[in-house]
Structures are given as structure tokens and as C-alpha cells.
Design a protein around this ligand. Structure first.
Ligand SMILES: NC(=O)c1ccc[n+]([C@@H]2O[C@H](COP(=O)([O-])OP(=O)(O)OC[C@H]3O[C@@H](n4cnc5c(N)ncnc54)[C@H](OP(=O)(O)O)[C@@H]3O)[C@@H](O)[C@H]2O)c1
Length: 261
């Protein structure tokens, strides 16, 4: 069911890539955007583009791994502008350069801290308030990589699967209070993150195309937004296959770190 368009919107990781494109897509007169990121210059460039489209914009230089800073800032914003839509988008990637490259504990923790706990630090301070108001929408930017782990990026796949599992877990509870939970599973989107991805990038979408698609599907109240559809279909098939066959297909598709000779 369609609800009124969101007016008070928080986007984490809004200083670049998909987050910047989402901010610009939602920017319009009457909309108040809260844009969170770490790079002051890039975040301000995102804000300026949104202001030029008539939106009112507040920016916050916060590392999403800082739970206390996130809570304090989000509560202050929510006091003034009760949040209609929260998009937990900030994320970091890690890929293995070769078969001897290994994600040690520090590297694994850094990815999980940003991608999973970073999303939790955005969502948890806001959820209880949305429940009290019986209104709100949370969108978690996961990845098609959540559907099947790939040898080229173990920690990233695990962190994105964790986000998806969390969102799927709480959706039925939140829906009792009229709160929507959407999980977004993008395929390859042209950003700084995908630019350094070493494997093939089939069906690469522009960030603007992805943001417009996400906005449309969120407005339609979709619980899961997976795109592009052909890649999403393939990724959904993989877990149905014997694990070794799925591994072989992914290896053949360049999602296995190079052997060193
Ligand atoms: N691009 C793809 O192909 C693709 C595919 C599937 C899913 N995704 C997901 O889409 C989301 C956006 O990715 P992207 O491709 O737009 O990447 P990107 O261009 O590298 O942008 C990442 C954004 O996240 C922010 N960020 C990273 N770590 C942060 C931290 N600790 N605290 C606050 N902000 C942080 C960055 O801000 P600062 O630089 O200011 O810190 C930047 O705004 C991610 O969750 C990613 O996993 C991307």
C-alpha cells in the first residue's frame, strides 16, 4: 500500500556513490534531509546538490561505528523532524587480492563494524521512536552478495548477509506498529566501491538509476528490493544448488581470488 511520500529522511553514507544519488533523488521542496558521512567536502557537495533541488539539508560528520555519536545526533534530528524514512546505506568493501591475501581479525572486524554495526547504530536509536509514533520506514542497504557467500569477499558477504537476516527478523515485529522494513539488495552499481572491485561486474547500473529504482520500490512498500532482476535471479538460484557446484560457478565467474604462482 502506498503511503504519503517521506518528508524527513536520514541517509548514512551520503557523501558519495549510492548514498549521494539517493539524497539527490529524494531532494525536493518540503523535504528535510539528514545526510551523514565522514568526508566534510564530499558531504557538503552532496548537501549543495540537494539544496539546489529545493530540499532543506542538515549534515553530520559522524563515523557510523560511533554508536553514541549516532544516537545523540539522530535523537536531536528526530526531535525536530520526526523521521519518516531512514536509509542505512554507509558501507565499506573488502576484497581479496589473491589466494594468499587473507582477511585477518582486524580486517574482518572493520568491515562488520561498518556494515553491520554501523547500520544498527543508525536503526536502533530510531526504531523505538517510530514504534511510539506507529509510523516510519527503514531501508537497509545490503547487497546481492548477501544471498550467497563469495570467496573474493568473505567478510563483506557475511556483513551483508547479517544485515539482511536482521531486517528479515524484525520486519514482522515492526509491521505490528505499522513500520516498514525494506532490505535493498543491489547488484553492481557504478561507484568508487565498485570501481575497485577486481571481478566481473555484469549488468552495472549507474548510481542514479539504482537510486530512482530504490525510491520507486520503497514508495510501493516492497519488503525486498533486489536488482538487476537477471542477476538477482541467478543469485537466488545459487543457494538451491549443491554448495560445490555453486562454488564452481562463482569461481568460473571470477569471484575467486587469483592463485599465485
Ligand atoms: N557499488 C556497488 O556495486 C554496491 C553493490 C551492492 C551494495 N552496495 C552497498 O551500497 C552502499 C553504498 O556503497 P557505494 O557503492 O555507494 O560505496 P562508496 O561510493 O564507497 O560510498 C560509501 C559511502 O559510505 C560512507 N561510509 C563508509 N564508511 C563509513 C563510516 N565508517 N562512517 C560513515 N560513513 C561511512 C562513505 O562516506 P565517507 O567517505 O564520507 O566516510 C560514503 O559516503 C554500501 O552499503 C555498499 O555495500 C554497493
Amino acid at each position: 500500500m502506498r503511503k504519503a511520500a517521506p518528508r524527513h529522511i536520514v541517509i548514512t553514507g551520503a557523501s558519495a556513490g549510492l548514498g549521494r544519488a539517493l539524497a539527490s533523488t529524494y531532494a525536493a521542496p518540503g523535504v528535510v534531509l539528514a545526510l551523514i558521512g565522514r568526508d566534510a567536502q564530499r558531504l557538503e557537495a552532496s548537501a549543495q546538490a540537494c539544496r539546489a533541488k529545493g530540499a532543506s539539508v542538515q549534515t553530520a560528520l559522524i563515523d557510523v561505528r560511533d554508536a553514541q555519536a549516532m544516537q545523540t545526533w539522530l535523537h536531536r534530528f528526530d526531535d525536530a523532524h520526526p523521521i519518516d524514512l531512514l536509509i542505512a546505506n554507509a558501507g565499506a568493501a573488502s576484497t581479496l587480492a589473491s589466494a594468499t591475501d587473507w582477511e585477518d581479525l582486524a580486517r574482518t572486524a572493520a568491515i562488520v563494524d561498518t556494515n553491520f554495526y554501523g547500520a544498527m547504530h543508525a536503526v536502533l536509536p530510531v526504531i523505538a521512536r517510530m514504534q511510539a509514533r506507529k509510523h516510519g520506514h527503514v531501508a537497509l542497504i545490503s547487497s546481492l552478495a548477501a544471498l550467497r557467500g563469495m570467496a573474493i569477499s568473505p567478510a563483506y558477504c557475511a556483513s551483508k548477509a547479517a544485515i539482511k537476516a536482521y531486517g528479515d527478523s524484525v520486519r514482522p515485529i515492526l509491521s505490528r506498529d505499522g513500520i516498514r522494513m525494506s532490505i535493498v539488495l543491489p547488484g553492481f552499481v557504478k561507484t568508487a566501491m565498485s570501481d575497485v572491485f577486481p571481478g566481473d561486474k555484469p549488468f552495472l547500473w549507474s548510481a542514479d538509476k539504482a537510486a530512482e529504482h530504490i525510491q520507486r520500490k520503497l514508495a510501493a512498500g516492497r519488503a525486498e528490493i533486489a536488482f538487476p532482476s537477471l542477476l538477482a535471479f541467478g543469485m537466488r538460484l545459487l543457494p538451491l544448488l549443491p554448495a560445490v557446484l555453486a562454488d564452481a560457478i562463482l569461481g568460473g565467474l571470477s569471484y575467486l581470488p587469483r592463485e599465485e604462482h
